[in-house]
Structures are given as C-alpha cells and as structure tokens.
Design a protein around this ligand. Sequence first.
Ligand code: AMP
Length: 155
Amino acid sequence: MNDAPNSIFSLILSGEIPSHKIYDDDFVYAFLDINPLTRGHTLVIPKENAPTMDTLSEDSAASLGRVLPKICRAIMQVTGAINYNLIQNNGEAAGQTVNHLHIHIIPRYSDSEHSFVWANQPIDHLDAKNIAESISAAFSNFLRSNLWAAEDNSG
Ligand code: AMP
C-alpha cells in the first residue's frame, strides 16, 4: 500500500461528497464523471489510495480487471453507444488531474466528434529490441523480488 495524499475521490469514497454511483464492491467503485465528454462517461477507481497504475496492489488490480468488462458491457447496453474508449492518465504531465488512479470509460456515439489524436512514428527496430529486452528483464526482476518477498513472509 502507498501513502498518497487524499484526493477528491477519497471524499467520494467516504461519502463526504456525492457521486452518481454505478458500481460498488470491497475494492472498486464506479461513478459518472462530473464533466462528461459524452453521455455515460464513467470513472472506475480502486478503493486503495493508489495514485497511478504502477503503484496499485495486485489484489486491487485483479478486482479492477474482474469488473471492468462488465461495467463496459452495462454502459454499452444502456447508452446505445456504438463504441467506447478506455483512457487512463498517469501523472500530471500525462494529463492526470486527480491524484487517485481512475479509468475513464467514454462512450462514443454516431455523432461524437471528440478525438484522442497523437503523432506516432514508425518504430526504430534497433532501439525497439533494446527497450523490449530491458523492460522484459525489469519485469522478470519484479516477479523474482515478489517471489522472494512472499517466501520471506511465509516464515
Ligand atoms: P483525469 O484528467 O484523467 O485526472 O480525470 C479526472 C476526471 O475526474 C475528470 O474527467 C473530472 O471531470 C473528474 N472529476 C473531478 N471531480 C469529480 C467529481 N467530484 N465527481 C466526478 N468526477 C469528477
């Protein structure tokens, strides 16, 4: 667990400020965004006070992953949207304005005009090989250190 400062979403979770609730369980809460990009724009948050995805515990991540598809399905069924985007900003420079991990579900309608455009470039395969191998090695190290931590804790 981390000790990120409380955000406005902590006040929503504690019921100190109201929200339009969509879903609630021990680990996850979902509610309507107060400034929706489109009708039915929903935020799904862990109850754990994690600011960004890389800081989230495995239990909360698993709970989030378990309910996300069903929340998307319910939104699609009720709104009649033709498609939807999941957007998840991590950190201020990446556009995050509320310091509590949240996933936006943004329905797209036939007359929607919003876009999420970025200027991408063809991959540099030499650099790609290096970075893919480095990230893969870092990931393996996380797995190993998790296993060691689990063994240490088992007594
Ligand atoms: P982000 O820019 O990814 O951090 O998104 C934060 C989102 O939280 C924005 O879309 C806001 O409209 C939304 N938001 C902020 N305060 C509230 C609130 N009290 N209730 C519902 N949504 C909120």
